[in-house]
Design a binder for this molecule. Structure first.
Ligand SMILES: Cc1cc2nc3c(=O)[nH]c(=O)nc-3n(C[C@H](O)[C@H](O)[C@H](O)COP(=O)(O)OP(=O)(O)OC[C@H]3O[C@@H](n4cnc5c(N)ncnc54)[C@H](O)[C@@H]3O)c2cc1C
Length: 507
C-alpha cells in the first residue's frame, strides 16, 4: 500500500462506482489518486435492482443518509423475497424468505422447533411466513419504520433503479476527489502477468500502480489480459439468460393495484422454464424472466414475459452469461470487481453484496505488509462467498417439485452438487440434528440458519406427517402469529413512508 500512489478503475457500472466510493472514502487521508474511466458507448448491464441489507451498511460507511440516495435512485424498501410457484405438489404454493432481524427473536425459536418436529413426522405448522414480522410487513405493503417516535428493529434492504444508482455514486465519488474520464479502452498492455498500461482512444496511454477491472462480463483486464479463466458453474445452476421489461404503475393512486405494486418485497415467481422477478420501484416496476437457453428461445422467453405483463410495448433488454467465477479476483496489480469476477444468476439478488464484500475485504487486505499472502487469503474468502451463494441458489432448484417441464425435472434431478450442499440436504432429510450439519459446514455457507430453514420448510421438504399434530406446537404457533401480527400493526405503509422520507430520518 505504501508505494501505491494511483489506482485506475476501468468501468463505470455499479461495481466500478461502488469500488471508487469505498476506496476514495477509506483512503481519503492518503496521497492517492483514484481515476475511473468508462466508455460512453459501451453501456452498463442496466439491471440489478434488488439488494440485501448489506447495502445499508455501504451507505452508512460513506455517511450518506438513506433518504438522500433513495430519493435520487427511485428506491423502495425491501423486507424480503416471496417465492411463488416453485413447488406444485408439496408444501406451500408460495413462501417468503425474510431478512431476519432482532424483531424476530421472539418467534424464530418456535419456527425451528416446529420444523424439527415436522422432520420427526409430527403434523406441525411450518410455513415460514407465519413466524417472521417481515413477511407480515411485506404482505401489507408496509416498510421498516413505525409512526414517528417509535423505534424499529426490522432488518431490510432496498430496490432501486440501477442506472440512477450509478449516477448517484459517480457524483459522490467525484465529490471525494475521484477523477472521472469518459473514453474507450482500446488495448490493455501486460508484462510478467501484471497490467502495464491501458491504451485509450482520446487520452492515450494511461498507467497506474494498481488497476481495478470493473468492465462487466467481458473482464477486459482480469480475464482477457491476465488470463484468469471463468470456472463454469453451469453444471450446478440451470440459467444463463434473462430478458427484462419494465412496467408502469396504475395511474389510479387509490386502486388496489397500486397498493399491490408497492409491496415491500421482490417477487421471484417460478415459471415453466425459469423464474420471473418483479421489483417495485417508486415510479415503475422492474420485471425479468430468467431462463436457460437450452430449454426456451430468446424470442419465446420475451413473448412469455410480455404476456405475463399484459403485453406492454416497452423495449426488452436481453442478457446472457455463463454462470461461474474466476479463481483469482486479486491477481498481482489487478482487482476484479462485479461481473468481471463472474456471475451466478439474479436469484436472491446477491451480487451487490459480493461487490461490497470484495471492495471491503480488498481494502482490509491491501493494507497488509505481506501482499502475496493477503491476496491468497482474500481470494479464498471471496471464492468461499461465491460458492456458498451458489449452493444456496442451487438448493432452490433441487428442492422444486414442479413436473410441468423437463427444465424443472432436470433441475431437481441434477446430481452435480457440492459436498457441502449434499451434506446439508442429507441432514435435513434424515433423522438427527440438522443444526450439526449447519455448524459443521459453517465456513462454507453464505446463508444463515434461518435462510436454510426457510428454504426447506418453504419448499415443503418433509416426508408425509404420520403423527398427530402437537397441541403444544399449535399453541406456540398461534402465539407467534399473534406476536407478528401485533408487531406489524405499528409500521407505516411504504407509500406513506416514501412521502415522508425527510421527516422520518430525523427519528
Ligand atoms: C439479469 C440480471 C439481473 C441482475 N439482478 C441483480 C439484482 O437484483 N441484484 C444484484 O445485486 N445484482 C443483480 N445483477 C448483477 C448486477 O447487475 C451487476 O453485478 C452490477 O450491475 C455490476 O455490474 P458491473 O458494474 O460489474 O458491470 P456493467 O454494468 O456491465 O459495467 C461495465 C462498465 O465497463 C465499461 N467498459 C466496458 N468495456 C470498456 C472499454 N473497453 N472501455 C471503457 N469502459 C468499458 C462500461 O462502459 C461500463 O461502464 C443482475 C445481473 C443480471 C445480468
Amino acid at each position: 500500500m505504501n508505494n501505491i500512489s494511483n489506482i485506475l478503475i476501468v468501468g463505470g457500472g455499479t461495481a466500478g462506482w461502488m469500488a471508487a466510493c469505498l476506496m476514495a472514502h477509506r483512503w481519503q487521508n492518503k496521497s492517492l489518486t483514484i481515476t475511473l474511466i468508462e466508455s460512453a458507448n459501451i453501456g452498463t448491464v442496466g439491471v440489478g435492482e434488488g439488494s440485501t441489507p448489506f447495502l445499508r451498511d455501504f451507505f452508512d460507511q460513506l455517511g450518506i443518509a438513506e433518504t438522500t440516495w433513495m430519493a435520487a435512485c427511485d428506491a423502495t424498501y425491501k423486507c424480503g423475497i416471496e417465492f411463488p410457484g416453485w413447488c406444485s405438489h408439496t408444501g406451500p404454493s408460495s413462501y417468503f424468505h425474510p431478512f431476519y432481524g432482532e424483531a424476530d427473536t421472539h418467534c424464530v425459536g418456535e419456527f425451528f422447533a416446529s420444523c424439527q418436529q415436522r422432520r420427526e413426522g409430527f403434523d406441525t405448522p411450518t410455513h415460514p411466513n407465519d413466524y417472521f414480522v417481515n413477511s407480515y410487513l411485506a404482505e401489507q405493503g408496509k416498510g421498516p419504520y413505525k409512526q414517528a417516535g417509535l423505534a424499529s428493529n426490522i432488518e431490510y434492504g432496498y430496490h432501486f433503479d440501477a442506472a440512477k444508482l450509478g449516477l448517484f455514486l459517480a457524483e459522490h465519488a467525484r465529490s471525494l476527489g475521484v477523477i472521472h474520464l469518459q473514453d474507450e479502452v482500446e488495448k490493455v498492455n501486460a508484462s510478467n502477468e501484471k497490467i502495464a498500461s491501458i491504451a485509450t482512444k482520446s487520452y492515450g496511454l494511461l498507467k497506474a500502480d494498481f488497476y481495478v477491472d470493473a468492465t462487466g462480463l467481458k473482464g477486459l483486464l482480469i480475464q482477457q489480459t491476465l488470463g484468469e479463466k471463468l470456472i463454469s458453474y453451469q453444471d450446478y445452476l440451470p440459467n444463463n439468460s434473462a430478458v427484462a421489461i419494465s412496467t408502469d404503475y396504475s395511474t389510479d393512486e387509490t386502486s388496489d393495484k397500486r397498493f399491490q405494486d408497492m409491496k415491500t418485497q421482490t417477487l421471484s415467481e417460478a415459471l415453466e422454464h425459469g423464474w420471473m422477478w418483479s421489483i417495485p420501484l417508486q415510479t415503475r416496476c422492474g420485471n425479468g424472466y430468467v431462463y436457460s437457453d437450452r430449454f426456451i428461445t430468446k424470442t419465446d422467453a420475451e413473448q412469455r414475459l410480455r404476456r405475463r405483463l399484459g403485453n406492454n410495448d416497452k423495449p426488452a433488454l436481453h442478457l446472457s452469461w455463463t454462470p461461474g467465477r474466476i479463481e483469482q479476483h486479486w491477481k498481482n496489480n489487478c482487482l476484479a470487481v462485479g461481473l468481471s469476477q463472474g456471475f451466478l444468476e439474479p436469484l436472491e439478488a446477491p451480487m451487490l453484496n459480493l461487490i461490497q464484500q470484495t471492495c471491503e475485504s480488498f481494502v482490509e487486505h491491501f493494507e497488509s505488509q505481506d501482499q502475496s499472502n493477503a491476496a491468497k487469503q482474500f481470494n479464498q474468502t471471496i471464492n468461499s462467498l461465491i460458492d456458498g451463494t451458489r449452493d444456496y441458489l442451487q438448493a432452490h432448484y433441487l428442492l422444486n417439485t414442479r413436473d410441468d417441464s423437463e427444465y424443472w425435472i432436470k433441475a431437481r434431478e441434477n446430481q452435480h452438487i457440492s459436498a457441502v450442499l449434499s451434506d446439508i440436504i442429507f441432514a435435513w432429510d434424515n433423522p438427527g440434528s440438522f443444526e450439526q450439519a449447519l455448524i459443521k459446514n459453517a465456513n462454507h455457507l453464505a446463508y444463515a440458519k434461518t435462510s436454510w430453514y426457510c428454504i426447506f420448510a418453504g419448499k415443503g421438504r418433509f416426508t408425509d406427517a404420520h403423527k398427530h399434530s402437537l397441541r403444544l406446537t399449535e399453541k406456540k404457533h398461534k402465539k407467534a402469529v399473534d406476536i407478528c401480527q401485533k408487531t406489524s400493526q405499528d409500521f407505516m405503509y411504504q407509500t406513506d413512508l416514501l412521502n415522508t422520507v425527510s421527516t422520518r430520518r430525523a427519528l
